[in-house]
Design a protein. Structure first.
Lengths: 255, 206
């Protein structure tokens, strides 16, 4: 191998792109050529001095919102459905009343389903990228203020480390086109995303666990907020998580 | 060549936007949009990072990324892998090339026109006399970003895709649309230039 070849190939060696045979050839050349060996050292040093994590940029939240907003809007679907049902309701006052309740029912379940799907999507996204948390800490008093100015609600954050659910941080996410708080917990190796959004209805509703694509989602309302806990842990454990969270919240409210 | 080529990215040329009445979004569209979000949004920071380095300007980068995601959704039906990130990068690169650089009147060296200048960059300069002088200073992230940003387009692109976006050579070759051999020589020259700028930075500060 000539120096001219080695000068190019040593970068492939550095990047782990050479097969064993070629790596051997380059390495053999390097043992006999101090000039090329010096280059490998220098470029390895350069590579190590470039911490990729610090050189990356985080997309601004406004950009993330604009991209989300540019997607086909689920809201458009609801309104079109509503107008179809309104047409139905023109017949008589009675059928109008019936249709009205029907509309509410349809829209409710529609929204519920979409929110569930969105919660699962947000959970999956959080596991895929390197974006599980925006603020990473096990301290509930750090997570909660982080949302100040980022959301129009103050999400309750409960430390459940002692109960076996370790708080690892929080981030902003989107459900049903709204920005929501995501509080992230870990149970052994499993991640639990707890999404919190202002509730559409103020009534308190009991917890419901649903299974979607193999994931469990526990959903409940309290104090004007809506909660979705999403994880791949089994339903009983997720139920335990939700109950402990609610109990912790209740306790915090009393003191 | 010793490097195996993966299947090529299936990137179709951008066609005119389909105009669709907003009220007629079907269940399929919603489902498609959701699948797209799940697949593409985790890479938003990556795509934005590449845009920042390529366009060297936050506002242009935001516009380019937004356009990139619009085009990607439009062509999501034709996306067949292999992986999402290089696919998005290839679209972003087209956006940067076809629209932004032209609109802002910036010269299009990214097109490969600078190829003949490649050889003008010496690969290696003899090490200075003392081994200590050969050591690289550790610069802060801000300085490194600037040094990278000052590299010529083709070399900057190669090194950002490799070091910061963590693509393999074959992925870079697909994104940029050149043979792997060209990726290798560009990377070698990019590092040579960066190392030189890196060492010159110290001189500039003292």
């Amino acid at each position: 191998m000539t120096c001219a070849e080695a000068e190019i190939m040593l970068h492939s060696l550095l990047d782990g792109e050479l097969d064993a045979g070629h790596a051997f050839e380059v390495e053999t050349h390097l043992t006999t050529c101090p000039r090329c060996a010096a280059q490998l050292r220098a470029y390895r040093e350069l590579q190590q001095a470039m911490p990729a994590a610090q050189l990356r940029f985080a997309a601004p939240m406004s950009l993330r919102r604009r991209i989300e907003a540019a997607q086909p809007s689920p809201a458009a679907r609801v309104s079109s459905r509503r107008s179809v049902l309104k047409g139905f309701a023109m017949g008589s006052a009675l059928s109008a009343a019936v249709a009205a309740t029907l509309v509410v029912a349809v829209i409710r379940t529609d929204q519920d389903q979409r929110a569930l799907g969105d919660a699962l999507s947000a959970h999956l996204r959080s596991l895929q990228g390197e974006h599980l948390t925006d603020v990473q800490t096990s301290d509930q008093h750090t997570v909660k203020p982080w949302f100040n100015g980022r959301l129009d609600l103050a999400p309750p954050v409960v430390d459940l480390t002692a109960q076996g659910f370790r708080l690892i941080g929080g981030r902003l996410d989107y459900i049903d086109g709204r920005a929501v708080a995501a509080i992230v917990y870990r149970r052994r190796t499993h991640v639990i995303n707890l999404f919190i959004a202002p509730a559409a209805a103020s009534e308190r509703s009991g917890a419901k666990i649903e299974k979607v694509q193999g994931f469990n989602i526990r959903r409940w309302n309290a104090d004007g907020l809506e909660f979705w806990a999403v994880s791949d842990i089994d339903a009983e454990e997720l139920q335990e998580f939700g109950a402990k969270f609610e109990a912790g919240l209740h306790e915090a409210g009393r003191t | 060549m010793m490097l195996a080529r993966p299947q090529r990215l299936t990137l179709v040329a951008a066609s005119k936007p389909e105009s669709k009445a907003p009220g007629n979004a079907s269940v399929d569209d919603d489902d498609k949009a959701r699948r797209f979000r799940d697949a593409a949004l985790p890479h938003l920071d990556d795509v934005y990072t590449l845009a920042r380095y390529m366009l060297r300007n936050a506002a242009d980068a935001e516009d380019a990324v937004q356009e990139c995601y619009l085009r990607a959704l439009r062509h999501f039906d034709t996306y067949r892998g292999p992986t999402m990130k290089p696919w998005l990068f290839a679209i972003l690169r087209n956006v940067c090339r076809s629209e932004f650089l032209r609109r802002s009147g910036v010269a299009l060296t990214i097109d490969g026109r600078a190829e003949e200048d490649d050889d003008a960059v010496p690969l290696w300069q003899e090490a200075p006399l003392s081994p200590e002088a050969d050591m690289l200073r550790q610069w802060d992230a801000e300085t490194i970003r600037r040094l990278v940003a000052e590299l010529p387009d083709l070399f900057r692109e190669a090194i950002v895709l490799r070091e910061i976006n963590d693509l393999s050579y074959s992925e870079i070759a697909d994104v940029v649309g050149v043979p792997i051999g060209t990726v290798m020589s560009r990377l070698a020259r990019a590092r040579a230039l960066l190392r030189r700028a890196w060492m010159a930075e110290e001189g500039a500060r003292t």
